[in-house]
Write a protein that binds this ligand. Structure first.
Ligand SMILES: Cc1cc2nc3c(=O)[nH]c(=O)nc-3n(C[C@H](O)[C@H](O)[C@H](O)COP(=O)(O)OP(=O)(O)OC[C@H]3O[C@@H](n4cnc5c(N)ncnc54)[C@H](O)[C@@H]3O)c2cc1C
Length: 254
């Protein structure tokens, strides 16, 4: 199989990439290429211009600042895995990354590409939604926008002429845990569930990602039952989510 013909350019910065998108309708950003290259090859996606962002400088690292994590869009999932391993309270991020694809893919796939895809069963995105996460983009005019990660799901993705540059994450208050379920062992997850439990209290916050649907959120106050029943009933077709929530809620408390 061959992709439809396209032009290929390398961007030196996120702004330059955004300008190329702005001047070329239908142009696409290439980051790790783990999803886009196969899509182009089987012509699920066609584009007149592919703008390689990997050549942009200074966007491939992640670091902790006070309590928060700042992640460059070109940071690979494996680099992020090493950075979050330094902090015991970020274990939910580490397990999310360890569950994602395979080591070879994680070595190439980027955080920017993962956020831009906005898959509801992305382990990393469910984990990021357990805390407070914002995404910074730049457009062709150099305008920088910061939006909550939730918006990338509700508005479906980064704008056509925007480049995602930075993701900022503050871990949740409380113990966070994450797990997933796949109907078959060799396919991506069907359900990804993350929970935050307060210390010696009940479930505080839940994120449920089910294939093909937007993630669902639920916040609970101490004293409420462990299982957020409105979430469980919303997904009653799939009791897996409810079982995962219950198990994770108990695990988080101990
Ligand atoms: C076999 C396989 C298994 C996988 N399993 C999982 C899994 O279990 N869980 C999971 O969450 N993911 C999984 N993935 C997805 C993978 O982990 C990456 O998230 C994904 O490939 C995107 O990252 P990338 O850097 O390769 O992006 P690319 O493929 O380069 O780009 C993906 C899309 O995002 C856009 N884009 C990329 N960067 C930016 C940016 N900075 N600004 C704006 N738009 C941008 C591109 O234009 C493109 O549309 C899997 C992928 C494969 C191939």
């Amino acid at each position: 199989m061959r992709p439809a013909p396209f032009q290929y350019v390398r961007a030196r910065s996120a702004l330059e990439a955004a300008q190329m998108l702005g001047h070329n309708p239908g142009a696409r950003i290439l980051s790790g290429g783990q999803t886009l290259i196969p899509e182009l090859t089987r012509r699920a996606v066609t584009s007149p211009l592919i703008v390689d962002l990997k050549t942009a400088r200074g966007m491939d690292t992640a670091h902790w600042e006070d309590a928060g994590l700042t992640i460059g869009a070109l940071c690979t999932l494996s680099t992020l895995e090493a950075v979050v391993a330094q902090r015991p309270h970020a274990r939910y991020l580490q397990s999310a990354l360890a569950m994602t694809a395979s080591p070879a893919i994680r070595h190439r796939a980027t955080v920017g590409g993962t956020v831009a895809l906005a898959s509801s069963t992305s382990e990393l995105l469910v984990a990021l939604l357990l805390g407070t996460t914002s995404c910074e983009t730049v457009d062709a005019d150099g305008n920088i926008r910061t939006r909550d990660l939730n918006e990338f799901f509700t508005t479906r993705n980064v704008g056509d002429a925007e480049v995602l540059t930075t993701v900022r994450h503050t871990p949740p208050d409380g113990a966070a845990a994450l797990d997933e379920y796949a109907r078959q062992s060799n396919v991506p997850a069907d359900v990804v569930v993350g929970v935050v439990s307060g210390f010696e209290t009940n479930l505080l916050h839940t994120v449920v990602g089910i294939r093909g649907r937007l993630p669902t959120y639920a916040s609970r106050h101490p004293g409420d039952p462990y299982v957020p029943r409105h979430v469980a009933s919303a997904w009653s077709h799939d009791a897996i989510a409810e079982r995962l929530i219950t198990r994770l809620a108990h695990a988080g408390r101990h």
